[in-house]
Design a binder for this molecule. Structure first.
Ligand code: SF4
Length: 327
C-alpha cells in the first residue's frame, strides 16, 4: 500500500441495493438484481479496484456511489455526510468532489465541443473561475497536466487518438479538484501500449492532487500495479475485499482465484487449467441462484452452499463471503 494512503474514511456505503424492473418479463414484479446488500468503505488517498466480469454490477455500483442513479435501498456517507437522499441542488457541492472517468473515450466526449469547451464546462457550471482569462489559463494548465499540447485548444474530439481523448476526459474530471474519482474501465478501450501511459498519468495525478480512486475493471491484470486494495464482485454481491498484495498472492474466495487464473498466460498448459476451473453459465441477475450465488460455477460447492447464503466474514483483515474459504 502507498505510504500516503490514510485510514480516514472518505466514503462509506452500507447495504446498497439496486433493482431495475424488467417490464418484458412474464414473471410479475420481476427485476434485475444489479447490486445486492453491498457494504463498502473507501479510504482517502487509496486506489480501490472494483473487479468482476461484465454485467456483475460494478458500473451500477460506481454510479450509485456518485448518486447518478437512485438507490433502491441503502445509505451513502461522503466525508461523514449522509448523501443518500440529497436533492439535486444539495448534491451540486458534493458533485464537485466526486467525478467520473468513463470507459469509452469516443462516446464520453461531445463531438460538437472543442477541448476548450469540454474542459471548461465543469469550471463554468460551478463558477470556478472569476474571469475569462483565469478560465483559459486553468484550461491550459489542465491540458498540460494531462499531456495535451496547448495548440490543441480549439480542436474537436475526432481530431485525437483514443489515448488523447481519454486524457481530455481525465482533465475534465480533475478540473474541479475532486477528492474521489470513479474510473470506470478507463483503459479497456485502449491499446495495451497506451493503457500503461494512461495508468501512469492517473498514478502521477493521484500523487500530485492526493486523489482517491475507485478503479472499475473486468481485468485483474490491469489493476495489479495500481491498486492498494481490491474488491471482487460477482452477480451484484461482493465476494472478497482485501489488500491488493494479499489478494493477488493468496486469494481466499474461489471466484477471485478464478479471475486471477484467467489472466492470460503464454503457457498453453496453464491456459487449459484455467478453462477447467470455472464451470457452468453465468447465472441470470433476474433470478440469482439460491444460497451462494457462485455455487453453480464453483468447483468447491457443497449441498450447504446451494442452500445457505454465506455471510461476509473477516479473516485476518480480509472480508470473504464463502463457507469454505481457500487456505
Ligand atoms: Fe464456492 Fe461454497 Fe464458497 Fe460459494 S460458499 S464460493 S459455492 S465454496
Amino acid at each position: 500500500m502507498k505510504t500516503n494512503v490514510s485510514k480516514k474514511i472518505l466514503l462509506e456505503a452500507s447495504h446498497l441495493v439496486k433493482e431495475f424492473p424488467v417490464s418484458s418479463s412474464k414473471k410479475k414484479n420481476a427485476c434485475v438484481h444489479a447490486v445486492t446488500d453491498v457494504n463498502l468503505t473507501i479510504y482517502e488517498g487509496e486506489t480501490l479496484a472494483l473487479v468482476g466480469e461484465s454485467g456483475c454490477g460494478k458500473s451500477t455500483l460506481g454510479r450509485l456511489l456518485l448518486r447518478l442513479i437512485e438507490l433502491t435501498e441503502g445509505k451513502i456517507l461522503f466525508e461523514g455526510e449522509d448523501i443518500t437522499h440529497m436533492k439535486a441542488r444539495e448534491l451540486q457541492g458534493i458533485r464537485k468532489k466526486m467525478q467520473i472517468i468513463f470507459q469509452d473515450p469516443y462516446a464520453s466526449l461531445n463531438p460538437r465541443m472543442s477541448v476548450e469547451q469540454i474542459i471548461g464546462e465543469p469550471l463554468q457550471t460551478h463558477r470556478a473561475c472569476k474571469t475569462k482569462s483565469e478560465l483559459q489559463a486553468r484550461i491550459l494548465d489542465l491540458m498540460e497536466k494531462v499531456g495535451i499540447p496547448k495548440e490543441a485548444l480549439k480542436r474537436y474530439p475526432h481530431q485525437f487518438s483514443g489515448g488523447q481523448r481519454q486524457r481530455i476526459g481525465i482533465a475534465r474530471a480533475i478540473a474541479l479538484n475532486p477528492k474521489l474519482i470513479i474510473c470506470d474501465e478507463p483503459v479497456s478501450a485502449l491499446d495495451v501500449s497506451i493503457q500503461s501511459q494512461v495508468l501512469n498519468l492517473l498514478r502521477d495525478l493521484q500523487e500530485e492532487y492526493h486523489l482517491t480512486y475507485l478503479f472499475i475493471s473486468h481485468d485483474l491484470s490491469v489493476v495489479r500495479h495500481i491498486s492498494d486494495r481490491v474488491c471482487v464482485m460477482f452477480l451484484g454481491k461482493i465476494c472478497e475485499i482485501g489488500d491488493a498484495n494479499d489478494i493477488f498472492t493468496k486469494p481466499k474466495h474461489p471466484y477471485t482465484k478464478f479471475l486471477l487464473e484467467a489472466i492470460p498466460r503464454p503457457d498453453p498448459e496453464l491456459r487449459k487449467e484455467n478453462k477447467e476451473l470455472l464451470m457452468g453459465e453465468m447465472p441470470s441477475p433476474v433470478s440469482p441462484p439460491s444460497g451462494c450465488r457462485f455455487h453453480t460455477r464453483c468447483p468447491y460447492a457443497t449441498a450447504h452452499c446451494r442452500i445457505t447464503e454465506p455471510e461476509a466474514r473477516n479473516i485476518n483483515g480480509r472480508m470473504v463471503a464463502c463457507h469454505f474459504p481457500l487456505e
